[in-house]
Design a protein around this ligand. Structure first.
Ligand SMILES: [Zn+2]
Length: 274
């Protein structure tokens, strides 16, 4: 278990440096600074012990994301509201939002357990696997005109099964997908957020900078009330469009019917006098 931060004897947050011994915020055991040339500098428990079973190995991807937030928000030890369990949140903001950056596979059961523990949270998923981006592109989405909101027409087939029906918003980062060029690279530059409104999936496109800015400013990344209103308005407009088109079709049908009837009558008369 590698940690990026520890506490000194006075309780101040410290980063690893050669020879520095610090204390773990979770188990309060001493931590040894590991400052080699291969791996990023980190703290480790003696004997490489792990005191947080939820902790996953730190990747470059984690570090890049975490470093977009103030150091005091990174790797924060959270205590459960209904138990004395403690876990490190990748980022916990001053607005009370937990952000978990998930690189490795997580089952739906583990995911639900963590959502219950952290409460107000979002996931950022490293969707780097070969199948992740092609699967996302195979989904069919209707974009609400003039917005960054997309309604999946093929259900949730565009997303990995273990991330479906999530209680918290899941932002997919396709940036590490292999072979990205041109338009595909542009699509993967942004984050694609899967969120459920009244159990129906909605996809929201959000730039990386906008995500970070919102996480600094507010407790919720996606404004649910505004999003729900936008979708309701779109559905209402869509229904009105459908009714208008149906009326137009009906009018055309009636005109064709009358026209055909008259032609038939003329044809019969023509046949009779020839
Ligand atoms: Zn510990």
């Amino acid at each position: 278990m590698h940690l990026r931060h520890g506490r000194d004897a006075d309780g101040n947050r410290v980063s690893p440096s050669p020879g520095l011994v610090a204390f773990c915020e979770n188990c309060e055991d001493s931590l040894i600074s590991k400052c080699g040339s291969v791996r990023k500098h980190h703290f480790a428990h003696r004997g490489e012990r792990s005191c947080d079973t939820w902790h996953e190995p730190i990747t470059e991807w984690h570090v890049e994301w975490q470093d977009r937030f103030p150091s005091q928000w990174q790797e924060v030890c959270r205590v459960g509201s209904s138990s004395s369990a403690k876990h490190f949140a990748d980022v916990f903001t001053a607005q009370g939002l937990t952000i978990e950056f998930q690189h490795s596979y997580l089952s739906a059961r583990e995911r639900e357990e963590r959502e219950s523990f952290y409460g107000n949270m979002v996931w950022v998923v490293d969707a780097y696997r070969k199948s992740d981006f092609p699967r996302f592109l195979r989904g069919i989405y209707t974009q609400i005109p003039g917005s960054s909101v997309y309604l999946p027409r093929t259900g949730e087939r565009g997303f990995p099964p273990n991330w479906l029906n999530c209680r918290s918003p899941v932002l997919f980062d396709f940036g590490n997908s292999p072979g990205l060029t041109g338009d595909l690279a542009r699509i993967a530059q942004d984050l694609w957020c899967l969120i459920y409104l009244d159990k129906l999936p909605v996809v929201v496109r959000i730039s990386r900078d906008e995500f970070v800015r919102r996480a600094h400013d507010r407790a919720k990344i996606i404004p649910i009330v505004a999003l729900r209103k936008r979708i309701e308005t779109f559905r209402l407009e869509e229904r009105q469009r459908e009714v208008a088109q149906a009326r137009l079709r009906a009018d055309r049908g009636l005109w064709q019917y009358l026209h055909t009837k008259r032609l038939g009558y003329n044809k019969r008369r023509y046949a009779k006098f020839c």
